[in-house]
Design a protein around this ligand. Structure first.
Ligand SMILES: [Zn+2]
Length: 351
């Protein structure tokens, strides 16, 4: 299912919480909104690629590493998808094993990479170095920095919802983040919070995210390029410049696939009007153990799911605050977007 919905909303709420604290990074985030949101998903989840090919239609289906035994399009057979690069074929799982931990830092490493796991208390040091490099090596443009801030929201969101770090209290049906409650989290976040409360235009939002460019700074913070800058100085281990070209191709593949996958996500989360209420798709009902959509809303409300989102957003704002404290350059970002038109009209004495 769709991690993109959760991560996008964590990033949006994190920016709101940071705005409440008058953080200087907020104006920059607003200037590069789509890249900020892209960072919050593609900045981390590099397995965004097909998992399989539908044999009947020849179309790409599924989501990298999530097992698929029949086609979601026809119910027919599927064959595995391979990502081809420089005359080699890679299964999404193999790419996941090479790169997933490098993006997520505090978890997701393979057994052989265990020594590279970053203790979560050290996360702000790592982020500080990346943010400094975003300014000095990848500046003066602001877009790489917006992307990095988005990536940081993913680290916080994943860390908290997957219980890698303490800080989120949630018991929805059968735990914090489980196969049974995931469809509820997605549907509730998409409709009740995103669409109704935050008034998001999801199709437009996801389309803009899919069209953002690959940011070279991602190769840098994933240490999959030549070591340089503050990050190489503070974290000299674990660099794999030999995989630079492969990762570059994977990041481009993520964007290519998101263009079609986003339609799949939107369709999967659609509600249909029934005689007496709204209902979600049968597969999602089944995954929750047979709950109806109104029962899912009730379960989310009862578990205080909104409170968990609030906790994640506050944790994002905490990390932004810590980084602003550690990187004085960020305090020089203009805290607002200049004079308003009304102010200019008054200042220029236009009758
Ligand atoms: Zn993730």
């Amino acid at each position: 299912m769709s991690g993109i919905i959760g991560h996008t909303v964590y990033a949006i709420l994190g920016a709101k919480a940071a705005a409440q604290r008058k953080s200087p990074v907020v104006s920059l985030i607003q200037r590069h909104w789509a890249s900020y949101l892209a960072g919050s998903y593609l900045g981390c989840d590099i397995q965004t690629m097909p998992e399989a090919i539908c044999v009947d239609t020849g179309r790409e289906v599924g989501y990298g590493t999530a097992p698929l035994d029949k086609s979601p399009l026809t119910g027919g057979h599927v064959r595995p998808f391979y990502f081809r690069f420089e005359s080699r074929d890679y299964r999404p799982r193999e790419l996941h094993e090479t790169f997933y931990g490098r993006a997520h830092l505090t978890f997701g490493w393979t057994r052989q990479q265990q020594h590279l796991t970053l203790p979560w208390q050290h996360l702000s040091e790592f982020c500080r170095a990346v943010v400094e490099d975003a300014v000095t090596l990848f500046g003066p443009g602001e877009r790489p920095l917006a992307y990095v801030l988005g990536w940081m929201t993913h680290l916080v969101g994943d860390g908290l919802i997957k219980s890698i770090w303490p800080g989120v209290t949630l018991n929805l049906l059968d735990g914090k983040y489980t196969p049974r409650n995931r469809p509820i989290q997605d549907l509730f976040t998409y409709h009740e919070i995103g669409r109704k409360e935050l008034q998001l235009n999801w199709p437009a939002l996801l389309a803009d995210v899919a069209e953002t460019p690959v940011e070279p700074i991602q190769l840098h913070y994933m240490r999959s390029t030549s070591p340089r800058g503050q990050l190489a100085c503070d974290f000299p281990d674990g660099w794999i410049p030999t995989e630079e070209k492969l990762l570059q191709a994977v990041l481009a593949e993520n964007r290519r696939y998101l263009r079609s996958y986003r339609a799949e996500v939107l369709q999967e989360l659609q509600l249909e009007r029934t005689d007496d209420d709204w209902q979600c798709r049968e597969e999602l009902r089944r995954a929750t153990g047979g709950l109806s959509y109104p029962e899912m809303i009730e379960a989310a409300e009862k578990s205080q799911f909104r409170r968990a989102l609030w906790q994640i957003a506050e944790a994002v704002a905490d990390l932004f605050g810590e980084i602003v404290r550690l990187v004085p350059d960020l305090r020089r970002i203009p805290g607002h977007n200049g004079p308003t038109w009304q102010e200019l009209t008054e200042r220029w004495h236009v009758a």
